[in-house]
Design a protein around this ligand. Sequence first.
Ligand code: HEC
Ligand code: HEC
Length: 271
Amino acid sequence: MSREFTKHIGALFTKLLILGCLTVWSAFALSSENESPGTELTDIERGRILYDKNCKYCHGKNGDGKGPVAFFLNIQPRDFRAPRNLTTGIFKFKSSSYNELFPFDRDLYETINQGLGGSAMPGLRSNASLEDIRGVIAYIKTFSEEWEEPSEGVDYSGQVVSSPESFTKGRELFLDHCAECHGGNLTGESTKELKDDWGRKIDPRDLSKPYDFRKGNTPQEIYTRVTAGIYGTPMQSFADPRNEKRLSNEERWHIANYVSSITTHTPPLSR
Ligand code: HEC
Ligand code: HEC
């Protein structure tokens, strides 16, 4: 059995175990809940109830990312108390511009609804309504001392349609810009020892495996990651002029088309 496969099955098992425990716990919490009928809940109140039921075991009662389950996890749950210092409140998966610290509500909605593949972060999916998720978003923002809504989004202009020519260009650019971390064959095997801003060892994603992606492997998602960067990790934005390997929109679309074409040919195991 390959190393990635074993790692994946291990992560899947832990996730299932934790989800199982949480489901049992939620069932108890639900039956003992005591909401007086007729009272209108505000978004934040609604969010707090849902958070205490579904999120605090990992993200902590006060949003510090240190819930009792966190100890068992390799990739740590996010600490929502942004931005007290560099290691709190860093959001990785956002479609706001590289110079924005915070995600849009739609990014948080996606994360909370769908979860993050290959990590312990579960999605609420059909277990929650739109209002519930809106509430929990409003509630997690209250942990931050100075939440600021982002104003600028990723610039998606200049999209290039997928084609064999685009894949060839994308492959060349990938070798120049990405292979140093992700490896020439996209498996993330390189000689680099990388650390994230929390001081933990971090492996670049294996881009040849759809189940290794936290978000998605469509050209649009890959373009978003490459353009916004992944905060708190060595993966910088390739739109940021401070990155000496900066790429144009068109070049980033070629790379996104190429990576997506490789990934979508590997059958998914989960998600
Ligand atoms: C079993 C543990 C677990 C539970 C339960 C959990 N999370 Fe998470 N969450 C995580 C982990 C681990 C990460 C970090 C993943 C990463 O860094 O790739 C995360 C990350 C996040 C992020 C940050 C995404 C980003 O862009 O950086 C948000 C927002 C979030 N969780 C919200 C929630 C909400 C809301 C709930 C409850 C509805 C919840 N989580 C329940 C483990 C959990
Ligand atoms: C300096 C090292 C480094 C370079 C250069 C780099 N990456 Fe990454 N990349 C990482 C790391 C580390 C992660 C994992 C981040 C995490 O765990 O949250 C990552 C994650 C990703 C993801 C994750 C998506 C997901 O949903 O999980 C994509 C897509 C990606 N990289 C594409 C690229 C592309 C394309 C390039 C070149 C334009 C590139 N990376 C260059 C280190 C790098």
